[in-house]
Write a protein that binds this ligand. Structure first.
Ligand SMILES: NC(=O)c1ccc[n+]([C@@H]2O[C@H](COP(=O)([O-])OP(=O)(O)OC[C@H]3O[C@@H](n4cnc5c(N)ncnc54)[C@H](OP(=O)(O)O)[C@@H]3O)[C@@H](O)[C@H]2O)c1
Length: 315
C-alpha cells in the first residue's frame, strides 16, 4: 500500500498538499518546536472542518492529546471525518470513553472503518487477539498491565526507590509525562479497561463506570513485603462479564513474580484473556512508547487499506 500524507494539523494550524507532504520536512519543523503551519504547504490557523475539506483524507489518523473532560479536539474531528466519508484510526482515547456508542453507531451507519489499536496499550495486540485469534472462542473477561508509567514506577520502587524517585525515573526515561496524574491515579488504565470491555465484551462503559484506584497509596514497604513472599504489586486493569453485566476495575494488586503480569518490568505491558474453552490466553510486549505506538497506528491504517482492497495483495 502506498500512503500519501495529504494534511497534518497541530495547535498552530496545518500543512496541506494533495500530492503528498514530505514527512522529513514536517519532522524537522516539529523538532525545532514550531507548528506544521510553518512547514511546506503550511496554513496558520487551519483546523477542523476546513482542514478536512482541504486535505480530503481517505483515512483520518486522530492523535491529538487525550482529553477526558470533553474528548476534544478528537471527538469533533472524528465525527466530521466520518461525515465526510473518511475511515478513522484513533490514537487518542477521549471520544472512545465518553462517546463510544455514538462513535461506533455513526461509523456503522456511514459504513466507515473505525480502528483504535493504539489506544489500549500500544503495541500490545489486545483488540486483534480478541477479534482475530480468539474468534469462535468465548471471552468472559480480561486483565492486564496496560499503563507503562505506573509499571515503571512500581518497578523502580520494588528496586528500593521511593514513589517520588520512581516518578522522576519514569520521567527521565521519557515514559511519564511532566504531569503524570492521569497515569498514577489510574485514569489511563481505566480508560483502556473501558475501551477493551466495550470493544470485546459488548459492554457500554463510560470512564466513570470503572472502579478506579491508582498507585499513590502503594508504599515501598508493601513492595518489600510482597517481594519477600515471591510476589510484587502491579496496577491491574480488569473487566469481567458477571450475570449478564460487565464490571471493570483498576487497582494495585499483589501478583506472583512468576505470573505473566507479575513478571512485567519497566514499561512492558501485557494482557490475559479469560476464555472458554481455552482458559487463560496471554500476550505481552517488551517495548512501548512513541515508535511502537506509531507502528500500531500504521498497523490499523494497513488493516483499513486491506479491508478496503487498497493493497496490492488485498485481504
Ligand atoms: N505517546 C505514546 O506512547 C502513546 C501511546 C498510546 C496512545 N497515545 C495517544 O496518542 C495521542 C498522541 O500522543 P502524544 O504523546 O504525541 O501526545 P501529545 O504530546 O499530547 O501530542 C499531541 C499532539 O496533538 C496536537 N494537538 C493538541 N491539541 C490540538 C488541537 N486542539 N488541534 C490540533 N492539534 C492538537 C499537539 O499539537 P502541538 O504540537 O502544536 O502541541 C501535538 O502535536 C494522545 O492522545 C495519547 O494519549 C500515545
Amino acid at each position: 500500500v502506498t500512503l500519501l500524507l495529504t494534511g497534518v494539523a497541530d495547535r498552530g494550524g496545518a500543512a496541506i498538499d494533495p500530492a503528498g507532504l514530505d514527512p522529513a520536512n514536517l519532522l524537522a519543523v516539529k523538532a525545532e518546536g514550531r507548528s506544521v503551519a510553518r512547514a511546506q504547504g503550511g496554513v496558520p490557523g487551519l483546523h477542523g472542518a476546513r482542514f478536512l475539506a482541504q486535505s480530503q483524507p481517505h483515512i483520518l489518523l486522530e492523535a491529538a492529546s487525550t482529553n477526558f473532560e470533553d474528548a476534544e479536539p478528537g471527538w469533533t474531528y472524528a465525527r466530521e471525518a466520518l461525515d465526510r466519508g473518511a475511515d478513522l484510526v484513533l490514537a487518542s482515547k477521549g471520544a472512545l470513553v465518553l462517546h463510544y456508542a455514538a462513535l461506533t453507531e455513526t461509523a456503522q451507519k456511514r459504513r466507515r472503518d473505525l480502528r483504535f489499536a493504539a489506544t489500549v496499550g500500544a503495541p500490545l495486540p489486545v483488540l486483534e487477539m480478541a477479534d482475530r485469534v480468539l474468534i469462535g472462542v468465548e471471552i468472559t473477561g480480561f486483565e492486564g498491565v496496560l499503563n507503562a508509567t505506573t509499571n515503571q514506577v512500581l518497578t523502580s520502587m520494588s528496586g528500593g526507590a521511593s514513589y517520588e524517585e520512581g516518578v522522576s525515573e519514569a520521567q527521565a526515561l521519557g515514559i511519564a509525562e511532566t504531569d503524570p496524574t492521569l497515569d498514577v491515579d489510574g485514569w489511563d488504565a481505566a480508560a483502556k479497561a473501558a475501551i477493551v470491555a466495550n470493544a470485546i465484551l459488548g459492554a457500554s462503559l463510560n470512564l466513570r463506570d470503572v472502579r478506579r484506584e491508582g498507585i499513590r497509596q502503594v508504599s515501598s514497604q508493601a513492595l518489600r513485603e510482597a517481594r519477600l513472599a515471591g510476589e510484587t504489586i502491579k496496577l491491574i486493569a480488569r473487566a469481567v462479564r458477571r450475570d449478564g453485566t460487565v464490571v471493570a476495575s483498576v487497582a494495585p494488586e499483589r501478583r506472583p513474580l512468576a505470573d505473566v503480569l507479575g513478571a512485567l518490568r519497566g514499561d512492558q505491558m501485557g494482557v490475559v484473556f479469560f476464555t472458554e474453552p481455552l482458559g487463560r490466553v496471554a500476550t505481552t510486549v517488551e517495548h512501548t512508547g512513541g515508535i511502537p505506538t506509531a507502528l500500531t497506528v500504521l498497523r490499523d491504517v494497513i488493516n483499513v487499506a486491506r479491508a478496503r482492497g487498497w493493497t496490492s495483495a488485498g485481504e
